[in-house]
Design a protein around this ligand. Structure first.
Ligand SMILES: Nc1ncnc2c1ncn2[C@@H]1O[C@H](COP(=O)(O)OP(=O)(O)OP(=O)(O)O)[C@@H](O)[C@H]1O
Ligand SMILES: [Mg+2]
Length: 246
C-alpha cells in the first residue's frame, strides 16, 4: 500500500470507528447522569442504540480483518467440492432472521454443478450479497436467489436479485472499491462500511470466479438489481484427478 493510500485508509477507519464510539459514549453518559429521570421506554431506546452501534463496530472490525488477510499472501484457502444449496439455505436462514419482513425465493436448477471453492469463503460471499439485497430493498419485497448450470460446464452461476433502491450504471465499478458507498438519502439511513463488496470481489477472483452487477429501473421508485457470481464447477477433470490420487 502506498503511503497516501495508507493514510487515507487510516483516516477513513478512524472516522468509521469514532462515529459509533461517540454515540455509545454519549448514550451511556446520558443514562448514567439521568438514570432516575428517564422512563423505562427511553432507557430501552438508548440501550437499543448502544446495542446497534456495538454491532456496527463488530462488523466493521471483522470486515477490516478480512481486508488485511486478503492483502497478505499468507491466507490459505481450502479448496474442495461444495454443494451450493445447503450454503444458500444457511445464509438465507440467517438473513431472514435479521429481515423478517422480506420474502426469499430460492430456485436451484437441477443441473447446478458442485463448485470447487473454499466453503467458508463462499459462504461469506453469499452472506454479503444476500444481506445487501435485503438491506437496499424494501420491506415486503422478494429477494430471488437462482442458480444455473449444465452437465460438464466450466462455471456455475448464482444470481441474487432484489427490487430496491438500485445502482446507477456509473457506479457499477465503484461499489466494488474499498469504503465506497453510493451517497443517497436511503443509503445514509442504513449502516455499512463500504467494505462488503470489496471483500466479496477479492474472494471471488481469488477463487478464479467472476462477479458482475446489472440494475434496471422498473418504475419511479424501484430498480431490479442482479448480482451474478460465476464460480468454477467441480468438473469432470477434478473428479478424474481425485481418482488418480486414490
Ligand atoms: N443490492 C444493492 N442494491 C442497491 N445498492 C447496493 C446493493 N448492494 C450494494 N449496494 C451499494 O453499494 C455500496 C457498497 O456495498 P458494500 O456491501 O461494499 O458496503 P455496505 O453494505 O455499505 O457496508 P458493509 O461493509 O457493511 O457491507 C452500498 O453502500 C450501496 O450503496
Ligand atoms: Mg454490504
Amino acid at each position: 500500500m502506498s503511503e497516501q493510500s495508507y493514510e487515507d485508509f487510516i483516516s477513513t477507519v478512524s472516522h468509521e470507528l469514532r462515529t459509533p464510539l461517540t454515540s455509545i459514549r454519549g448514550f451511556s453518559q446520558t443514562m448514567l447522569a439521568s438514570w432516575d429521570k428517564l422512563d423505562d421506554e427511553s432507557k430501552k431506546k438508548f440501550l437499543k442504540i448502544i446495542e446497534e452501534q456495538s454491532n456496527r463496530l463488530i462488523s466493521l472490525v471483522e470486515n477490516m480483518l478480512s481486508v488485511t488477510k486478503l492483502q497478505s499472501s499468507k491466507e490459505n484457502l481450502v479448496y474442495r467440492e461444495v454443494d451450493i444449496k445447503p450454503v444458500i439455505n444457511t445464509v438465507v436462514q440467517i438473513v431472514k432472521n435479521q429481515y423478517p419482513n422480506h420474502k426469499f425465493e430460492i430456485n436451484m436448477h437441477p443441473q447446478t454443478p458442485e463448485i470447487f471453492v473454499d466453503r467458508d469463503k463462499f459462504q461469506q460471499v453469499m452472506m454479503n450479497l444476500i444481506e445487501n439485497a435485503a438491506k437496499y430493498s424494501y420491506d415486503n419485497s422478494t429477494i430471488k436467489i437462482e442458480s444455473c448450470g449444465c452437465d460438464n460446464c466450466e462455471f456455475a452461476s448464482i444470481k441474487i436479485t432484489d427490487e430496491g433502491i438500485g445502482i446507477p450504471e456509473n457506479d457499477y465499478e465503484t461499489i466494488f472499491q474499498k469504503f465506497s458507498r453510493i451517497d443517497n438519502p436511503l443509503t445514509r439511513k442504513v449502516q455499512g462500511s463500504g467494505l462488503g463488496l470489496y471483500i466479496t470481489k477479492n474472494i471471488v477472483e481469488k477463487m478464479n470466479g467472476k462477479i458482475s452487477v446489472v440494475s434496471k429501473q422498473i418504475n419511479n421508485e424501484k430498480f431490479e438489481t442482479t448480482f451474478e457470481v460465476k464460480l468454477p464447477s467441480y468438473s469432470v477433470e477434478h473428479q478424474a484427478e481425485e481418482k488418480c490420487r486414490q
